[in-house]
Ligand binder design. Structure first.
Ligand code: PAF
Length: 288
């Protein structure tokens, strides 16, 4: 496995592959790699000739008081995992390389509307930070494919929209959520949970599954299902930010005529902000 710490050597290496007619996949990460990331890397190796993983904890996607300073860093462990998984190139830039004008004055990319709802409502500027770093990575790697996990479903939709609107010739590939045995979606932030909270966290997937079943039955109002699920999580000591049934494509609230839905949740448990989702494709559209 090769490593690039700067854009010049990254571009040179990728260019060499492209000149030889090889396809390239990019898996952007912030490190602290778990099985979810490795599943992205495995898929990348199936669909492309060469795979690049980036590790960069992107400060501009963290709000004030969020966990940027404490974001778990496990570089040695990450390197071992990437080596074992057969990665071709690790790109691990430093801050000034990606933000030459500094993080305050830097040009930002913003995907309107989609960035302001759900997580965007609670984390203002977050998706603009994500879109900005992802466009920098896509511009410099120029991959045929870029892979993202569906745990961050809204992030995937924001990136898809950005790539579509900015005419970026990269195919965005979204991969299913990888879960622990009790259903908890794998996430770097799960490491913030103590053992009691870790047990409680399984309730998120249970509640999502139960809500998804009710949505599928179409016998109750969506607002009731959302409210009951929110109460269940709060009663277990969580602080839900939202529990919402939305349309898969634009993430607007689901209503009459919609058929392809997704149930999404964000909830705090201790110092961990956990997100998860389940897609629900109905047999027939929602009635008036
Ligand atoms: O999902 C993540 O780990 C990050 O948001 C990403 C896409 C690597 C951008 O920093």
């Amino acid at each position: 496995m090769d490593t690039s710490f700067d854009l010049k050597s990254l571009r040179e290496r990728v260019q060499r592959w492209k000149s030889a007619g090889l396809t390239v996949a990019l898996v952007p990460t912030m490190g602290n790699l778990h099985e979810g990331h490795i599943s992205l890397l495995s898929r990348a190796r199936e669909i492309a000739d060469r795979t690049v993983v980036s590790i960069f904890v992107n400060p501009i996607q963290f709000g004030k008081g969020e966990d940027y300073e404490n974001y778990p860093s496990t570089l040695d462990d990450d390197l071992n995992k990437l080596e074992r998984a057969g990665l071709d190139l690790l790109f691990a830039p430093n801050l000034s390389e990606l933000y030459p004008a500094g993080t305050e004055e830097d040009t930002r990319v913003t995907v309107p509307a989609l960035s302001d709802i759900l997580c965007g409502e609670y984390r203002p500027g977050h998706f603009s930070g994500v879109a900005t770093v992802v466009i920098k990575l896509l511009t410099n790697v120029q991959p045929d494919y870029a892979l993202f996990g569906e745990k961050d479903y809204q992030q995937v939709q924001v990136i898809r929209r950005m790539v579509r609107d900015l005419l970026v010739p990269t195919e965005i590939v979204a991969m299913p959520i990888i879960r622990e045995a009790d259903g908890l979606a794998m996430s770097s932030r799960n490491s913030y949970l103590d053992s009691e909270q870790r047990d409680t966290a399984a309730l998120i997937f249970q509640t999502l599954t139960a809500a998804a079943a009710l949505v599928r039955e179409q016998s109750r109002a969506l607002a009731d299902i959302e409210a009951e699920a929110t109460r269940t999580l709060a009663a277990a000591g969580m602080r839900p930010e939202y529990f919402s049934v939305r349309r898969q494509d634009d993430l607007l609230p689901a209503g009459a005529g919609d058929q392809n839905l997704i149930v999404l949740v964000a909830a705090w448990l201790g110092s961990a902000r956990l997100i998860d989702n389940i897609r629900v494709d109905l047999d027939r559209p929602i009635k008036d």
